[in-house]
Design a protein. Structure first.
Length: 157
């Protein structure tokens, strides 16, 4: 299966989670598991919730992670400030990178928007390989985050 096909399959499964969700945290946990299961190169995948002045760790798959991140530095914070996807081919070259696990070499962070266009969460994915994320990952993960955003557009988030 190609990477594009894997993202299409994952998006269908994510959509099903969103449509039948009972609890946002539980849905996000299953969504992180779907992504980890479908993409072996995802060393860490999970969500950070946007809170006043910081990001708070949400559901994830992978080794333990930073629980609270400031909005002034790091890849996830950059995605919030930009209100757009941030791809980092080499985390050692990203000014202000927050190293929650030294094995991370490349990273992509994609914002999740609520019904009013505010960033409410960030999907964060790390890889142990440098330059591991491309345009297919960007479009696939942005589509998944659009689907996840439905949780917040209904006022359930």
């Amino acid at each position: 299966m190609s990477k594009s096909e894997a993202y299409s399959w994952a998006a269908k499964r994510v959509r099903a989670q969103v449509l039948r969700h009972v609890d946002t945290a539980a849905a996000l946990g299953n969504i992180a598991a779907i992504l980890a299961e479908n993409f072996a190169n995802f060393f860490w995948v999970g969500f950070y919730w946007v809170r006043p002045g910081h990001l708070l760790l949400g559901p994830f798959q992978g080794p333990p992670a930073c629980v609270k991140l400031g909005l002034d530095r790091g890849v996830c914070a950059a995605a919030v400030r930009k209100a757009g996807t941030v791809v980092v081919p080499d985390v050692d070259r990203f000014p202000g990178h927050v190293a929650c696990d030294e094995r991370s070499s490349s990273e992509i962070a994609v914002p999740v928007f609520d019904g009013t266009g505010h960033v409410v969460a960030v999907l964060d994915v790390d890889s142990e390989s440098r330059d591991d994320f491309d345009d297919v990952d960007v479009s696939g993960l942005e589509e998944i985050c659009r689907i996840v955003g439905e949780l917040y557009k209904r006022g359930d988030g």
